[in-house]
Design a protein around this ligand. Structure first.
Ligand SMILES: Nc1ncnc2c1ncn2[C@@H]1O[C@H](COP(=O)(O)OP(=O)(O)OP(=O)(O)O)[C@@H](O)[C@H]1O
Ligand SMILES: [Mg+2]
Length: 239
């Protein structure tokens, strides 16, 4: 459903992502894990056309590498950005409405109802200013806003950052739900434990380079990944 070919991002002379190749199928969750500054957000932003990237990008078999952000969203790509970026002075309902693009407008009422069912806390707070919500609720709103465009592919940037373990579990459940709906999910996370637990496939980024990729279950057992990202030494090291 989403495929990037030799995707590179540089900020002036500083390379942030070097020739990344990855693909995400419908109903697949791919985790992009790596430390601070590894290039996860740069990757997602370049896919959305929010920072200039080089290389190929295909959505459902269509080349979107030269498309504007607006057309990428119309084509079925959505982002829930790192830091949530809800509009704080607008209500929950208004934030959801902003996510409803022309293609989905005829289904606006059904989509809102779907989001309020998916996130019951948002139903209770639908008239409240988004800035007054808790961090977890704002995260739900950011994801709900992205889902209002009925995406084929959703990019989730650090959806669990700073959230309590119980909310992290709810986000993991939500990601499983998105997979069951057949949405392709690309999940950028510093929380490797959560990401590798929920994903089918994992890509490990280090300073903009893909250093490992494979089944998430296997990557989670990899000794170098365990010691670098899971806070647990490999059996070899602890022996
Ligand atoms: N707008 C920018 N201008 C210059 N350099 C940038 C810019 N945005 C990111 N960078 C640099 O690009 C590199 C990758 O950053 P990026 O935000 O993509 O990493 P990340 O993996 O998302 O990190 P984090 O886990 O902290 O969110 C870093 O070295 C960062 O300093
Ligand atoms: Mg980031």
């Amino acid at each position: 459903m989403l495929k990037c070919i030799d995707l590179s991002v540089s900020y002036g002379p500083v390379p942030a992502l070097a020739r990344l190749n990855l693909s995400v199928a419908a109903g697949e969750v791919v985790a992009l894990v790596g430390a601070n500054g590894a290039g996860k957000s740069s990757c997602l932003k370049a896919m959305m056309g929010l920072v200039p990237g080089k290389g190929g990008l295909e959505l459902d078999g269509k080349d979107i590498s030269a498309a504007t952000t607006r057309s990428r969203v119309e084509a079925g790509l959505a982002l829930s950005p790192e830091g949530r970026h809800v509009f704080p002075e607008m209500s929950v309902m208004e934030n959801l409405e902003l996510g409803c693009i022309p293609r989905a407008r005829a289904r606006y009422h059904d989509l809102v109802e779907e989001m309020l069912t998916l996130f019951p806390r948002l139903r209770e707070r639908q008239k409240q200013a988004a800035g007054s919500l808790s961090g977890g609720e704002q995260q739900m709103l950011a994801i709900g806003r992205a889902l209002m465009s009925e995406p084929k592919v959703i990019l989730l940037d650090e959806p669990t950052l700073g959230l309590a373990p119980i909310i992290v579990d709810q986000i993991a459940d939500l990601i499983n739900d998105l997979r069951e709906r057949g949405i392709a999910v690309l999940l950028a996370e510093q929380n490797a434990e959560m990401a590798l637990g929920v994903a089918d496939t994992a890509c490990v980024l280090e300073t903009g380079m893909l250093v490992k990729t494979g089944a998430a279950r296997e990557i989670a057992q990899d000794s170098s990944v365990r010691s670098a990202y899971l806070g647990a030494p490999s059996e070899e090291e602890s022996a």
